[in-house]
Design a protein around this ligand. Structure first.
Ligand code: AMP
Length: 249
Protein backbone atom coordinates (compact mmCIF):
# COMPACT_ATOMS: atom_id res chain seq x y z
CA UNK A 1 0.00 0.00 0.00
CA UNK A 2 1.00 3.60 -0.57
CA UNK A 3 1.31 6.19 2.18
CA UNK A 4 1.04 9.86 1.25
CA UNK A 5 2.66 12.43 3.53
CA UNK A 6 1.98 16.15 2.99
CA UNK A 7 5.03 18.17 4.06
CA UNK A 8 4.74 21.93 4.46
CA UNK A 9 7.59 24.43 4.13
CA UNK A 10 7.37 26.78 7.10
CA UNK A 11 9.60 29.26 8.95
CA UNK A 12 12.16 27.22 10.94
CA UNK A 13 10.95 26.82 14.52
CA UNK A 14 14.18 28.36 15.88
CA UNK A 15 13.59 31.64 14.03
CA UNK A 16 12.01 34.57 15.86
CA UNK A 17 9.19 35.57 13.55
CA UNK A 18 8.97 39.23 12.53
CA UNK A 19 5.92 41.05 11.21
CA UNK A 20 6.17 43.19 8.06
CA UNK A 21 6.22 46.94 8.75
CA UNK A 22 2.82 47.41 7.08
CA UNK A 23 1.23 44.69 9.28
CA UNK A 24 -0.01 42.66 6.29
CA UNK A 25 1.92 39.46 6.91
CA UNK A 26 4.91 37.76 8.48
CA UNK A 27 8.22 38.89 6.97
CA UNK A 28 9.75 35.96 5.09
CA UNK A 29 12.68 37.85 3.54
CA UNK A 30 15.99 36.04 4.27
CA UNK A 31 14.32 33.83 6.86
CA UNK A 32 15.45 30.20 7.32
CA UNK A 33 12.70 27.81 6.24
CA UNK A 34 12.31 24.13 7.15
CA UNK A 35 9.87 21.23 7.10
CA UNK A 36 6.97 21.68 9.52
CA UNK A 37 8.10 19.70 12.64
CA UNK A 38 4.86 17.67 12.83
CA UNK A 39 5.39 16.66 9.19
CA UNK A 40 8.87 15.36 10.06
CA UNK A 41 7.10 13.11 12.59
CA UNK A 42 4.54 12.09 9.93
CA UNK A 43 7.31 11.24 7.48
CA UNK A 44 9.18 9.22 10.12
CA UNK A 45 6.04 7.23 10.90
CA UNK A 46 5.43 6.50 7.21
CA UNK A 47 9.04 5.36 6.71
CA UNK A 48 8.85 3.14 9.80
CA UNK A 49 5.62 1.56 8.48
CA UNK A 50 7.40 0.91 5.17
CA UNK A 51 10.42 -0.56 6.96
CA UNK A 52 8.07 -2.82 8.95
CA UNK A 53 6.61 -4.12 5.68
CA UNK A 54 3.19 -2.41 5.88
CA UNK A 55 3.76 0.00 3.01
CA UNK A 56 5.29 -0.40 -0.42
CA UNK A 57 5.78 3.27 -1.20
CA UNK A 58 5.94 6.59 0.65
CA UNK A 59 5.09 9.72 -1.34
CA UNK A 60 5.96 13.21 -0.03
CA UNK A 61 3.76 16.07 -1.27
CA UNK A 62 4.33 19.76 -0.79
CA UNK A 63 2.11 22.57 -2.04
CA UNK A 64 3.55 26.04 -2.56
CA UNK A 65 6.38 27.95 -4.16
CA UNK A 66 9.17 26.24 -6.11
CA UNK A 67 11.46 26.30 -3.04
CA UNK A 68 9.16 23.64 -1.51
CA UNK A 69 11.32 21.28 -3.57
CA UNK A 70 13.88 21.57 -0.74
CA UNK A 71 11.27 20.34 1.74
CA UNK A 72 10.46 17.40 -0.52
CA UNK A 73 14.18 16.60 -0.93
CA UNK A 74 14.48 16.60 2.88
CA UNK A 75 11.64 14.05 2.99
CA UNK A 76 13.31 11.95 0.28
CA UNK A 77 16.54 12.01 2.30
CA UNK A 78 14.86 10.38 5.30
CA UNK A 79 13.16 7.66 3.30
CA UNK A 80 10.32 8.86 1.07
CA UNK A 81 10.42 7.13 -2.33
CA UNK A 82 9.23 9.98 -4.51
CA UNK A 83 7.89 13.48 -4.29
CA UNK A 84 5.17 15.61 -5.82
CA UNK A 85 5.36 19.40 -5.79
CA UNK A 86 2.11 21.23 -6.41
CA UNK A 87 3.69 24.46 -7.48
CA UNK A 88 1.97 27.81 -7.05
CA UNK A 89 2.87 31.29 -5.83
CA UNK A 90 -0.69 31.77 -4.59
CA UNK A 91 -1.42 32.02 -0.86
CA UNK A 92 -2.69 28.57 0.12
CA UNK A 93 -5.25 28.13 2.87
CA UNK A 94 -6.11 24.73 4.43
CA UNK A 95 -9.23 24.24 2.27
CA UNK A 96 -7.19 24.75 -0.91
CA UNK A 97 -4.41 22.41 0.27
CA UNK A 98 -6.99 19.76 1.21
CA UNK A 99 -8.56 20.02 -2.27
CA UNK A 100 -5.13 19.64 -3.91
CA UNK A 101 -4.42 16.61 -1.71
CA UNK A 102 -7.84 15.14 -2.55
CA UNK A 103 -7.05 15.37 -6.23
CA UNK A 104 -3.72 13.59 -5.63
CA UNK A 105 -5.42 10.93 -3.45
CA UNK A 106 -7.94 10.28 -6.24
CA UNK A 107 -5.00 9.72 -8.62
CA UNK A 108 -2.55 7.88 -6.35
CA UNK A 109 -5.07 5.94 -4.21
CA UNK A 110 -3.00 5.81 -1.00
CA UNK A 111 -4.41 3.72 1.86
CA UNK A 112 -3.10 6.14 4.43
CA UNK A 113 -2.40 9.87 4.51
CA UNK A 114 -0.31 10.99 7.47
CA UNK A 115 -0.42 14.77 8.02
CA UNK A 116 1.04 16.88 10.78
CA UNK A 117 -1.52 17.84 13.42
CA UNK A 118 -0.88 21.49 12.61
CA UNK A 119 1.42 23.71 10.63
CA UNK A 120 3.45 25.90 12.99
CA UNK A 121 2.97 28.97 10.79
CA UNK A 122 -0.83 29.22 10.50
CA UNK A 123 -1.62 26.90 13.48
CA UNK A 124 -4.82 26.04 11.61
CA UNK A 125 -5.00 22.30 12.38
CA UNK A 126 -7.57 21.88 9.60
CA UNK A 127 -5.99 20.36 6.49
CA UNK A 128 -6.04 16.67 7.49
CA UNK A 129 -9.58 16.93 8.84
CA UNK A 130 -10.90 18.68 5.71
CA UNK A 131 -9.15 16.13 3.50
CA UNK A 132 -10.78 13.23 5.38
CA UNK A 133 -14.18 14.87 4.96
CA UNK A 134 -13.66 15.56 1.24
CA UNK A 135 -12.56 11.95 0.67
CA UNK A 136 -15.29 10.49 2.89
CA UNK A 137 -12.54 8.66 4.81
CA UNK A 138 -12.11 7.96 8.50
CA UNK A 139 -9.74 10.18 10.46
CA UNK A 140 -7.78 9.88 13.68
CA UNK A 141 -6.16 13.12 14.78
CA UNK A 142 -3.30 13.87 17.21
CA UNK A 143 -1.94 10.30 17.09
CA UNK A 144 0.64 9.19 19.64
CA UNK A 145 0.66 5.58 18.36
CA UNK A 146 -0.40 3.98 15.08
CA UNK A 147 -0.73 0.21 14.61
CA UNK A 148 -1.82 -1.27 11.27
CA UNK A 149 -3.41 -4.72 10.83
CA UNK A 150 -6.02 -6.29 8.54
CA UNK A 151 -7.06 -3.10 6.77
CA UNK A 152 -7.51 -1.27 10.07
CA UNK A 153 -5.49 1.33 11.91
CA UNK A 154 -5.54 1.35 15.69
CA UNK A 155 -4.66 4.86 16.74
CA UNK A 156 -3.92 6.06 20.25
CA UNK A 157 -4.63 9.73 20.94
CA UNK A 158 -3.57 11.81 23.89
CA UNK A 159 -6.59 13.56 25.33
CA UNK A 160 -7.25 15.50 28.54
CA UNK A 161 -6.92 13.08 31.43
CA UNK A 162 -5.74 10.00 29.54
CA UNK A 163 -5.48 8.12 26.28
CA UNK A 164 -8.17 7.38 23.74
CA UNK A 165 -7.81 4.47 21.29
CA UNK A 166 -9.69 4.49 18.00
CA UNK A 167 -9.95 1.74 15.43
CA UNK A 168 -10.51 3.10 11.93
CA UNK A 169 -10.89 1.45 8.53
CA UNK A 170 -8.35 2.23 5.82
CA UNK A 171 -8.13 4.29 3.69
CA UNK A 172 -7.87 6.97 6.34
CA UNK A 173 -6.20 10.19 7.40
CA UNK A 174 -4.07 10.26 10.54
CA UNK A 175 -2.53 13.43 11.99
CA UNK A 176 0.57 13.26 14.16
CA UNK A 177 1.14 14.48 17.70
CA UNK A 178 4.54 15.30 19.18
CA UNK A 179 5.07 12.01 21.04
CA UNK A 180 4.38 9.66 18.09
CA UNK A 181 8.09 9.14 17.37
CA UNK A 182 11.45 10.85 17.22
CA UNK A 183 12.36 11.67 13.61
CA UNK A 184 15.74 10.45 12.34
CA UNK A 185 18.40 12.71 10.90
CA UNK A 186 19.26 12.36 7.22
CA UNK A 187 22.71 10.87 6.63
CA UNK A 188 24.98 12.46 4.04
CA UNK A 189 24.79 9.45 1.67
CA UNK A 190 20.99 9.55 1.89
CA UNK A 191 20.96 13.30 1.19
CA UNK A 192 23.00 12.57 -1.94
CA UNK A 193 20.72 9.66 -2.95
CA UNK A 194 17.65 11.89 -2.46
CA UNK A 195 18.85 14.14 -5.28
CA UNK A 196 18.25 11.27 -7.71
CA UNK A 197 14.80 10.24 -6.46
CA UNK A 198 11.84 11.22 -8.68
CA UNK A 199 10.18 14.57 -8.03
CA UNK A 200 7.19 15.43 -10.20
CA UNK A 201 5.89 18.99 -10.48
CA UNK A 202 2.22 19.76 -11.17
CA UNK A 203 0.13 22.92 -10.85
CA UNK A 204 -3.27 23.45 -9.21
CA UNK A 205 -4.67 23.88 -12.75
CA UNK A 206 -3.35 20.41 -13.71
CA UNK A 207 -5.31 19.07 -10.73
CA UNK A 208 -8.38 21.18 -11.67
CA UNK A 209 -8.40 22.90 -8.26
CA UNK A 210 -9.31 26.54 -7.65
CA UNK A 211 -6.98 27.60 -4.82
CA UNK A 212 -8.22 31.18 -4.43
CA UNK A 213 -8.32 32.17 -0.74
CA UNK A 214 -11.70 32.17 1.00
CA UNK A 215 -10.46 34.10 4.02
CA UNK A 216 -8.88 37.55 4.15
CA UNK A 217 -6.21 38.43 6.69
CA UNK A 218 -7.08 41.85 8.08
CA UNK A 219 -3.98 42.48 10.17
CA UNK A 220 -0.91 40.70 11.51
CA UNK A 221 0.55 42.04 14.78
CA UNK A 222 3.32 41.10 17.20
CA UNK A 223 2.18 39.93 20.65
CA UNK A 224 2.48 42.64 23.32
CA UNK A 225 5.95 42.77 24.87
CA UNK A 226 6.14 41.17 28.33
CA UNK A 227 7.32 43.54 31.02
CA UNK A 228 10.35 42.52 33.09
CA UNK A 229 9.78 40.55 36.30
CA UNK A 230 10.80 41.66 39.81
CA UNK A 231 12.63 39.71 42.52
CA UNK A 232 10.85 39.70 45.88
CA UNK A 233 12.56 39.28 49.22
CA UNK A 234 10.15 36.80 50.80
CA UNK A 235 6.73 35.13 50.69
CA UNK A 236 5.16 37.87 52.78
CA UNK A 237 6.05 40.41 50.11
CA UNK A 238 4.62 38.11 47.41
CA UNK A 239 1.34 37.73 49.29
CA UNK A 240 1.19 41.48 49.81
CA UNK A 241 1.68 42.16 46.08
CA UNK A 242 -0.87 39.52 45.04
CA UNK A 243 -3.38 41.03 47.47
CA UNK A 244 -2.82 44.75 47.03
CA UNK A 245 -1.33 45.17 43.53
CA UNK A 246 -2.59 42.28 41.41
CA UNK A 247 -5.70 41.96 43.61
CA UNK A 248 -5.98 38.25 42.77
CA UNK A 249 -6.24 36.93 46.34
P1 AMP B 1 -2.72 23.17 8.96
O1 AMP B 1 -4.12 22.68 8.75
O2 AMP B 1 -2.36 24.34 8.08
O3 AMP B 1 -2.39 23.43 10.42
O4 AMP B 1 -1.73 21.99 8.47
C1 AMP B 1 -1.85 20.67 8.95
C2 AMP B 1 -1.02 19.73 8.10
O5 AMP B 1 -1.48 19.75 6.75
C3 AMP B 1 0.47 20.05 8.00
O6 AMP B 1 1.17 19.54 9.12
C4 AMP B 1 0.83 19.32 6.70
O7 AMP B 1 0.93 17.93 6.92
C5 AMP B 1 -0.40 19.58 5.83
N1 AMP B 1 -0.23 20.82 5.02
C6 AMP B 1 -0.77 22.03 5.25
N2 AMP B 1 -0.40 22.92 4.29
C7 AMP B 1 0.42 22.23 3.44
C8 AMP B 1 1.14 22.56 2.26
N3 AMP B 1 1.11 23.80 1.74
N4 AMP B 1 1.86 21.59 1.65
C9 AMP B 1 1.89 20.34 2.15
N5 AMP B 1 1.24 19.97 3.27
C10 AMP B 1 0.51 20.89 3.91
Amino acid sequence: MKILVPVKRVVDYNVKVRVKADGTDVDLANVKMAMNPFDEIAMEEAVRLKEAGFASEVIAVSCGVSACQETIRAALAVGADRGILVQTDAELQPLAVAKLLKSLCDKEAPQLVICGKQAIDDDASQTGQILAALMGWAQATFASQVVLADGLATVTREIDGGLETLEIKLPAVVTTDLRLNEPRYASLPNIMKAKKKPLETVTPADLCVDVSPRLTTLQVAEPPKRSAGVMLADVAQLVDKLKNEAKVI
